[in-house]
Design a protein. Sequence first.
Lengths: 149, 410, 627
Amino acid sequence: MKRIIIDREKCDGCLNCNIACISAHEEGSNFYTVNLQSPDAETRNFIKFDVGKGYLPIFCRHCDEPECVLSCMSGALEKDPVSGHVQYDENKCAACYMCVMNCPFGVLKPDKKNRTKVIKCDFCDDKPDGPSCVKACPKQAIVVKEVNL
Amino acid sequence: MKIVIIGASAAGISAAKTIKVSEPETEVVIISKEDSVHSRCMLHKFLGHQRDAKGISFIADDFFETAGITWLNNTTVISLDPDKKTVTTHDNQTISYDKLLIATGAAYFIPPIPGLRESKNVYGFRDLNDAKLLDRECQTAKNAVVIGAGLVGMDAAVALLERGLNVTVIEMTKDVMSLQLDHQAARAYQQLFEEAGAEFILEDKVVSVDVNDVGRGTTIHLASGKAVPADVIVIAAGVRPAFNFTQGSGIKTNHAILVGDDLKTNLKDIYAAGDVTGIAGIWPNAMKQGRVAAINMLGEKLLYEDRYALKNTVNFYGLTTLSLGNINPEPEENCEILIREDRHNYQKVVLKNGIVLGVIMQGDIGGTGFWQYLIKNKIDISGKNKDVFSLSFADFYDLDQQTGEYKYAV
Amino acid sequence: MNSNFSCKTCASADKKLETFISNLSVDTSHHRMEGQSIKCGFGLQGICCRLCSNGPCRITPDGPKGVCGATADTIVARNFLRAVSAGSGCYIHIVENTALLLKKTAANKGAIKGKIALAKLAEIFEVNETDEHVCAEKIADLVLADLYKPDYIKMELVEKMAYKPRFDRWKELGILPGGAKSEVFAGVVKTSTNLNSDPVDMYLNCLKLGISTGLYGLTLTNLLNDVMLGEPSIRLAPVGLRVIDTDYINIMITGHQHSMFAYLQERLIQEDVIEKAKAVGAKGFKLVGCTCVGQDLQLRGEHYKDVFNGHAGNNFTSEAILATGAIDAVLSEFNCTLPGIEPICDELKIKQICLDDVSKKANAEMKPFVFEEKESQSNEIIASVIEAYQARRGVVALNLDAEHGNDDTLTGVSEGSLKSFLGGTWKPLIDLIVKGEIKGIAGVVGCSSLTAGGHDVLTVNLVKELIAKDILVLSAGCSSGGLENVGLMSPQAASLAGPKLRAVCESLGIPPVLNFGPCLAIGRLELVATELAEAIGVDLPQLPLVLSAPQWLEEQALADGAFGLALGLPLHLGLPPFVTGSSVAVQVFTQDMLNLTGGQLIIDDNAQSAAQTLDSIIEKKRQELNI
């Protein structure tokens, strides 16, 4: 499957991946117009900083054995057998947040506006030109690669 | 090979799915007493009329056909013959198996209180059938009483409030959801429920129920002397693993069906998973157990190690809480308790010798999944030299260069 | 594999140039676009603040305010006003130098070539002086006196120069500028750490800077230069890389301060200097135009036929011009002198000399222009250029493109020359507009950039769309460098215009895109607009006139833009000026400005839809004028 491979040494913490992610999920927006102050502005990827290690990109791994899917009691989270990506169906979700609890890497989060859905990487719906965050990374700290699991 | 699974909830469905993915030619028969597959954790959405029965299903509409699974619904297994390797159903079918998975879950329990078991308007809140019965009552009832303020009781209460009933919740302990929350975290929910119209009677016990001439409970009497009128009563005082049908089969039990780490019972080719095993009565664990049992049934060896069950999330009225581990330690345990709070958050971390024993994260729970790993694996965080509340996965960040998967650097 | 530096160059509207650059073995800005293709979203929206050590702060969903409490609105406004202040400072620096030079030229009884310009200024400034040198000096003094006023004393010439209805509106809004240099200072102070946080106050300040920039930095620089260097006159001239003649010692000029070259360009064609060139095997010296100062020479080219070979290209053509190998020296006195020319100069042994330390290039010789030493300085410059010529010619390979550009670009258009061309009155143009033969006028101005589709791509495409809608285009700035090289300023470009405009152009023998020269000439467009408005008897916002800086590049362009908005004109930009992170900024620029000055910002990087918007604005204004 395709996975966003992280080279954390290259990350400069510019947060372009955040903007790209928010923009990708605000229909019709671009880098100029995306409303970063909207209550709907949510990023699905995170850059943490550690004095010793530098910037640490936290991106959904679409795990081989996804704990979030195993914990989902509504069927909203499913691992797509073809793409291998963990897809989320907002309409099915009951917002129990077992997935938030079960993601060992702290990638998942409730939506901040209403807490009625989960904010999770959708690999930009497997668009042919790849996830928006990857395209927006000026350092190629994140790149899409095919991984054999 | 033919695998029979009894029960079509988390463990049963997860096992069936696992089998069909790895060995599609294996014959799988699921027997369930219900005619739908639904998620118990969403019953309140059904009762609250936010979703219909289909809306609380956790599988695709065509799950059974697509996967090639035989589903005997509306069918209750009444006995098990491990020698002949058959089960018998309420309608006298005898079904043979090569391997059997018992995933019958648990059933609610009505305490032996005078009048309570006898009342016709007493319901559990365990499966869709319960919810449907309650739904019918809601059409006429005005006053609802929920006995037990655990997660199930609160689920029922939120739905009944949604339906416009007067809801009184009676709880023996001094707080709602006392297994998951501490006093402060519980108060936050209690307030939200009260704002929505609920009334709570805490630290009190039901001693008797008046039953009228048509057999319905009308008034609930409490130890304090209080009397609460009731048109409908929901009992949420706990569940018991459901394995009556195994009587006489020789299966080893101790309030639950006993299994090894491979989820095999003492009987040949019989496995159990989910609530019926008493290992961890929580959805993610049941799913995982279903999967592990399936793999073992298929002849591979996989051990179930995730016995960690002290975990839950709560989301009522948009207030979310993550609760893990030992959150209300006794003074003699000599734990260090750290608390941080603000307008939107209440956070509590229980530490002992640098090991996190429990956390409550109420408010913003985004990205808190890593705490479970720390607690489950007893990771010593004393070397982190960092405010414990600012920890995240980043503090344990490591990557597998080949697969790109994260690892814990501990 | 070949010797090309990289196969990834950006597109150019100028396809010959695109090919030329893609085949170069040196690195150019066109190559570097690829490496800079991913932009910082916070920067694009203008919501990154680096004003204190708590920062840089960026506005994010989790951090909706800076540490100090500054909102996106405050951060954007501060960044914007800082940029406009800097841009204004650049133009004010130019007019200051020009006025100082005029003063010294006049005091030393130097040549006054632009007698019409002098008379015009004397009339506007109400200077009654028969002696032209005394008159010129007084004019320079008046300009300098205004520039050096403190910010709390209003400049006096504003009222004399500005169109009355505009002046009144500015007064009402409280945006009449104090001393132009002090206003830059005030803008910088206002935007420093934890000072002004009121976006509206800061945007009004931008308008104030726009007025001082426009009237002084732009309009007066042109007119003062005209006095010293002669007025523009209309003619056909060659443009593009073809203008480079290898028989000569070639000096490429970059910058914005034409008057600094005045003495040198005279010297270069004097016999003794030509002899020096001949002595080393060249026929003489030639100046090769690049950037706005090249446009300035082109504009006044009638006066410099012998020394000026033509305009080769705009700012983002400068590296290509050098890469021909036929340029022996670069003389620069201001922007847009790209740092990217330095390694090319080093590699191709091109001598770099800077005449003004504000644009000191790292590897250039600094020779600050001193009026009193201009003779000796010029001789030194000539000597070192000859030295460079000897060291490099024959050693450095030539890579010419005689096909690039054209020989018939109409140049020399100004408020004066255009009016003369029309017979000394604006009436013929007004009649054409009234009759609808010319639907309206678009000033397509400003810079060239490599964004918005590539080098000059949006500019050229937009202009094609506009002329097809019978809208006459006037261009000033690096935009005209691109437009002329692709042939849109040649008379045969009339065939690309809509039927009505085409007929007008063909009958007059002019192109549908008129070249006013450098960005400074945006001031000339303002003069044209004002004179038209005066002749019709309306205020500027009522004219069927729009502005566009499709590929605005830098801070000066933002100050120009502020001028356009202060004039009350609709202003189109291809890309937003780093303000979209603030809803207040967007509201002020795109909506509220209509009520303030009558101006309006339109952002659109699509040539077709932008042209449509501008066309509908022109249509609306025509309707309101009942024409």
